[in-house]
Design a protein around this ligand. Structure first.
Ligand SMILES: O=C(O)CNC(=O)[C@H](CS)NC(=O)CCC(=O)C(=O)O
Length: 278
């Protein structure tokens, strides 16, 4: 049975430093079979100016380097690595996609999910206006990936507020939904845990949420509180603040029991067809 881990980071605008921080956390994890490890959103570059992220993405060489470095970590530590997100340049729009890349234990890239919902909102914090769409291009495709004997559904951060996406991933067979994030401290305090538990309960899936935490180079504060939640909505483990990792076991029997006892997928009268995505 698979083991699930989430790594919590205070990432900086320096790829090498972030890689070292990630490797340090991976080295601390107990080696095991079928290990799925989730990193936060923007795990290789965060807390600088948005423009710097675009510049990083524009260098073909650096994009290849980012992907190779993540693939190598998956291979070295023999894990499925759900590499939170990195910026991937898109020539047509001169923007990047905020992309979650998944690597197998043999270092092969299994999937890429581009964040669908962009964070263009007002928040009562130092930053006040978030305009992710300024340099980011929205994704348009749902992504599930089969690895370590389970089906993962991929989402990123602000996607968490859109239950339809989670429902669609569950309909596509997701048993675990990953939520790499950089939630703001203000909105995280108000909504993070409630939204995560709701998505787990209503879709009867495991949720693995890995967050950025603390104060970043540009003064931005993120909420942390990484957590792994079971299909009953129970928080199995969580990490309030600071860098570190949490782990829990995926239990297929519990998943089946919850789904059998309360068969919401069968009872649902409002299932929408997923034709546009198939
Ligand atoms: O821009 C970057 O550098 C990386 N991307 C992020 O930090 C993104 C977009 S600004 N953050 C979120 O989606 C927070 C969502 C959130 O906090 C909420 O839904 O309340």
């Amino acid at each position: 049975m698979a083991r699930l881990s989430a790594i919590q980071l205070t990432s900086v605008p320096d790829v090498e430093q972030n890689l070292r921080a990630i490797e340090q956390q991976l080295a601390n994890l107990e080696p095991c079979q079928d290990h799925i490890v989730v990193l936060p959103e923007c795990c290789l570059f965060f807390g600088g100016r948005d423009k710097e992220q675009l510049m990083l993405a524009q260098e073909t060489y650096s994009t290849q380097r980012l992907i190779r470095a993540l693939a190598k970590l998956a291979h070295t530590y023999q894990i499925t690595l759900v590499a939170g997100s990195i910026p991937l340049y898109q020539q047509e729009t001169n923007k990047f996609t905020n992309s979650c890349c998944v690597f197998s234990p043999s270092g092969e890239q299994l999937a890429q999910y581009n964040k669908i919902h962009l964070f263009d909102v007002e928040v009562q914090d130092n930053e006040k206006h978030y305009l992710e769409s300024r340099f980011t291009q929205a994704g348009q495709q749902l992504k599930t990936v089969v690895t370590a004997g389970v089906t993962l559904g991929l989402t990123i951060c602000y996607d968490l507020r859109f239950p339809e996406l989670y429902r669609a991933l569950a309909q596509l067979g997701a048993q675990i939904i990953t939520v790499p994030s950089a939630f703001t401290k203000v909105t995280g305090q108000a909504h993070w845990q409630t939204l995560l538990r709701a998505r787990a309960i209503e879709n009867q899936v495991y949720i693995v949420a890995a967050g950025q935490t603390g104060t970043h180079r540009n003064g931005r504060e993120t909420w942390g509180h990484s957590m792994i939640i079971d299909p009953w909505g129970e928080i199995m483990t969580s990490l309030e603040s600071g860098q570190g990792s949490i782990s829990a076991e995926f239990d297929l029997e519990q998943l089946a029991q919850v789904r059998q006892a309360i068969p919401v997928a069968e009872h649902n009268q409002f299932i929408t067809k997923l034709k546009t995505y198939e």
